[in-house]
Design a protein around this ligand. Structure first.
Ligand SMILES: Cc1ncc(C[n+]2csc(CCOP(=O)(O)OP(=O)(O)O)c2C)c(N)n1
Length: 369
């Protein structure tokens, strides 16, 4: 590959404009209508999942929820761009991508309820646990993809991270190892402009995050992260390159986090409302809806069907998360290691003693301890 082929374009790849008009591209083709309709259904469901999770936080049913409102095009494209046999390595903000991949919403969200570190079987849908320590999942993804390559499998790993995570040492190590050893991994950076309150301008002085790729010796591309068609096309090419033995690449999607970092954050302290409003006009749902409607591919009936499907998911989330769970405190020690160490036995004995003391105190005082 020529060095210049590793450089991203000067502007992000876009296939559908903000008003729904198709943009002709010399290299990337617009996905076909059935794929775009499937993506649109994913966007409708993703938005509903984000709204429902936010409501569950306000009701005290979830401790925290990092919303991907505004980033749904990236979430949906990430799940659609890979094959069932591929693997996804997501972050805390990628619940919609995890659910779009087939994980039960309630199982994905119990982590944020505080019940489990990861409430789903990672093997069932080939989705690694959602990582909170920034960029650690990138190293896991690279190691996993390298192992699959050694076993002779054609598995591709799609590793997600945010703009802030690109400043971590782990990001550097993952990129470098992947490029040197030609690992079948695609790094997908959702640049949503902020790492909590830190803007992109304080994160990097590079022309774009995609430009970092050439420094490691892999291709980088930038894409309009609110254009699901473009994200699908660019990610699709990167995934197929990796599968064909062409090695890793980096895709940077330019998008925007429409809500605060989490419910624990007040974004009015570090960004202007006018900026947020300007991005509302670039909403990924509105754009694809305009395109599909103009193309005669989306009518009211289909729209109502998608909305009803999304409502069903929201109802299932409410039902599952409004149910009080009975947790066994010993589970804290059960699943740490395959064989329980004497230290863990000791810690469990200490905790069990505490629990028994507080229960007997409650019985003697005739009420809660
Ligand atoms: C190693 C590490 N350092 C710090 C944090 C605290 N932290 C949590 S989210 C976050 C911002 C991450 O921003 P970005 O990577 O852009 O992702 P986004 O939240 O915007 O999706 C930070 C600093 C962490 N989780 N892990």
């Amino acid at each position: 590959m020529l060095h210049t082929d590793m450089l991203p374009r000067d502007t992000a790849v876009r296939l559908i404009d903000e008003d729904g008009t198709v943009v002709a591209d010399e290299h990337y083709a617009l996905p076909d209508t059935p794929t775009l309709l499937r993506a649109y259904r994913g966007l409708v469901e993703g938005r509903r999942i984000n709204d429902q999770a936010g409501a569950l936080v306000r009701q005290g049913r979830l401790a925290v929820y990092p919303s991907s409102h505004g980033q749904e095009a990236c979430q949906v494209a990430a799940s659609l761009a890979i094959a069932d046999t591929d693997w996804l390595f997501p972050t805390y903000r990628d619940s919609v991508a995890v659910i779009a991949r087939g994980v039960d919403p309630a199982d994905a969200l119990v982590l944020l309820k505080g019940d489990w570190h990861s409430g789903y079987d990672v093997r069932e849908h080939r989705v690694a646990p959602q990582a909170t320590p920034l960029a650690t999942q990138l190293l896991h993804a690279v190691g996993f993809a390298q192992a699959a390559k050694h076993r002779g499998e054609d598995t591709v790993v799609l590793a997600l991270c945010g703009d802030g995570a690109t400043s971590e040492g782990d990001f550097h190590e993952a990129m470098n190892f992947a490029a040197v050893f030609h690992v079948p991994v695609v790094f997908f950076v959702q640049n949503n402009e902020f790492a909590i309150s830190v803007p992109l301008s304080r994160q990097t002085a590079a022309p774009s995050l995609a430009h970092k790729a050439i420094g490691y010796g892999m291709p980088g591309q930038r894409v309009d992260g609110n254009d699901v068609a473009a994200v699908l096309a660019v990610l699709g090419e990167a995934v197929e390159r990796a599968r064909a033995g062409g090695g890793p690449s980096l895709v940077e999607a330019h998008t925007y986090r429409m809500q605060a970092h989490t419910n624990a954050d007040d974004d009015t302290r570090y960004r202007e409302r006018t900026e947020v409003q300007a991005w509302a006009a670039r909403d990924p749902l509105l754009r694809l809806r305009a395109h599909l409607t103009d193309a005669g591919a989306l009518d009211n009936e289909t729209e109502a069907q998608f909305a009803a499907g999304a409502e069903q998911i929201a109802t299932a989330m409410r039902d599952a998360l409004n149910t009080d769970t009975e947790l066994d405190p010993e589970d804290l020690f059960r699943f740490v290691t395959t064989t329980r160490s004497s230290q863990l036995d000791e810690q469990w004995a200490l905790l069990r003693g505490e629990i028994e003391r507080s229960e007997s105190a409650a019985t003697h005082t005739g009420g809660a301890a």
